[in-house]
Design a protein around this ligand. Sequence first.
Ligand code: FES
Length: 109
Amino acid sequence: MPRITFVERNGTSRQVEAPVGYSVLEVAHKHGVDIEGACEGSLACSTCHVIVDSAWFPKLAAPTEDEEDMLDLAFGLTATSRLGCQIVVTDALDGLVVKLPAGTRNAQG
Ligand code: FES
């Protein structure tokens, strides 16, 4: 099974098993990683924002326009930001590293 490493806000890395077909958000929730995902993957929030490791970013499927629009609203957007609910685990993503952003728009009030 593929594995994903989450780098948490305090810098701790956690490697977890990531079933193929799950989104990064679902994998995070399954393992108690603190990503909010307020709209549960329906592209109506930006609280599932993750920062993809720059080596991995080009290997992901390109974001849709809807995802880009939502990302524009994310707090602390970076060049390798994605929405966790839109990254679907495949065998090719075994070893993926994503970092949790310092905050989300909702958390910032
Ligand atoms: S959970 Fe809301 S856009 Fe990803």
